[in-house]
Design a binder for this molecule. Sequence first.
Ligand code: HEC
Length: 131
Amino acid sequence: MKSVIFLLAGSLAMSAQAAMPAELLGGYAAAAGAGFKADAARGAAFYAKAFGVSAKMPSCASCHTDSPSQPGRHVVTDKAIKPLAPAANPERFSDPAKVEKWFKRNCSEVVGRECTAAEKADFIAFVTGGR
Ligand code: HEC
């Protein structure tokens, strides 16, 4: 995973711009290996899947709601969460360090392990609706 961040940081330094969701998706897809193609439908299934690791937060949808374009609510703290979809919240998937931080935390809690590069690529393909 370090290599992904390195890769992303490198491409950022070169473009000297905020990352676009498509760039982040591309970085994860590349890290997932040759022949991998991100799939929004697979990402949607992952997003909605009840992993059964945590009773309070069985799925990503537990806090982010059934639709990533809707504002969410933290099931434990009850704090409001802005929509995950960049179409509804342009700040999303523009900061590689923030994206990694939250993937790490949320995947550990919900899935019981870190998400793979392939899962992250599929997830971004889903929440961005291919943008
Ligand atoms: C317990 C509540 C909760 C659950 C369940 C949850 N998240 Fe989140 N998620 C948050 C909070 C809180 C933030 C950060 C606050 C914010 O940015 O609005 C966040 C932010 C994120 C971000 C950062 C996106 C960005 O660019 O700002 C990603 C990626 C993410 N979550 C992915 C996931 C995935 C994948 C799952 C399921 C495996 C998941 N989340 C489940 C609460 C949750």
